[in-house]
Design a binder for this molecule. Structure first.
Ligand SMILES: [Zn+2]
Length: 295
């Protein structure tokens, strides 16, 4: 009888323990599953958010940087980059909004980051090229002989144009290799572009006292019949800098500046290179403003 009671007691205990175990397992087990499920949803949400961020970056890259970059390249006369090159051969422009299956989201993000990375590298190289070209362009522009060598207020007239003219001393036609700026003796003569003085010549015949400049980029200029020369050979000179004074040295019919521009050693019409509306003073004012902005 005692044994029976003990057996029943044991069986009851086992059942109670198993029941409690089962209930605990259900309780905590399902809590763990719920926890993991909410974690999975949060991660998916986070990944979708990441994908969306990458997509927006890609749109900025395409809509702003690529189009601006192509405009800069056109202005600077560099070949524009085709979309194929820009997308680094990874295809597709801006990826579509996140209608991707959850299971693919990881690989979609990885592809997107890989593609952005490659496109950014190409864009960085392109910007470097554009920057280098822009510096070159800026430098070549300031070197071009592009203003008048005599201030508008001092200029009486341009007496001899470029090309064929009657020789003032001999009775035949000759080629006039430049322009003659008539001005009172002693009036200022300015360098028309950045460059270096290659030759200073003092003479009583021919072109009289004269200065030769090398502006680089194939351009040279020449200033003749000067009364005074204010630069020396080898000196670096900026556009608008005072270099001499008007005179009538050499074979001249009156005080004037004979001014030539040569491109690749061939005389060209200087008026093609200076803008008549831009005076020395205006250019110097622009230069001052530019220096102020740089500081
Ligand atoms: Zn002349």
């Amino acid at each position: 009888m005692r044994f029976l009671n003990f057996s029943l007691y044991m069986a009851g205990s086992v059942i109670v323990i198993l029941t409690i175990g089962y209930l605990l397992n259900r309780l905590f087990g399902s809590a763990e599953v719920r926890f993991l499920e909410s974690k999975r949803l949060a991660l998916t949400h986070q990944m979708q958010h990441l994908f969306e961020k990458g997509r927006r970056l890609s749109a900025v890259l395409h809509n702003e940087h690529f189009s601006k970059d192509n405009t800069y390249r056109q202005i600077l006369q560099i070949d524009t980059l085709s979309s194929n090159i820009r997308e680094a051969g990874m295809g597709g422009s801006v990826p579509r909004s996140p209608l991707v299956f959850e299971s693919d989201l990881g690989s979609e993000i990885e592809n997107l980051i890989g593609s952005l990375n490659a496109q950014l590298k190409i864009q960085a190289v392109s910007y470097e090229e554009v920057y280098r070209k822009a510096l070159e362009h800026k430098s070549s522009l300031s070197h071009m002989p592009a203003i008048q060598p005599i201030s508008k207020k001092d200029l009486i007239m341009i007496s001899s144009n470029f090309g064929l003219r009657a020789d003032p001393f001999l009775e035949h036609q000759e080629v006039h290799r430049g322009l003659d700026f008539v001005a009172a003796p002693g009036k200022n003569v300015y360098a028309t572009g950045d460059g270096a003085v290659t030759l200073v010549k003092e003479s009583r015949i021919g072109y009289g006292n004269e200065i030769f400049f090398d502006h680089g980029y194939g351009f040279c200029s020449r200033y003749a019949h000067l009364s005074r020369i204010l630069v020396i050979e080898g000196q670096k000179v900026k556009r608008g800098q005072l270099i001499g004074e008007v005179g009538e040295t050499g074979r001249a019919t009156g005080p004037h500046l004979h001014y030539e521009v040569l491109y690749k050693n061939t005389p060209v019409n200087p008026s093609f290179y200076f803008d008549n509306s831009l005076t020395v003073e205006e250019y110097q004012r622009i230069l001052k403003l530019a220096v102020k902005q740089d500081n």
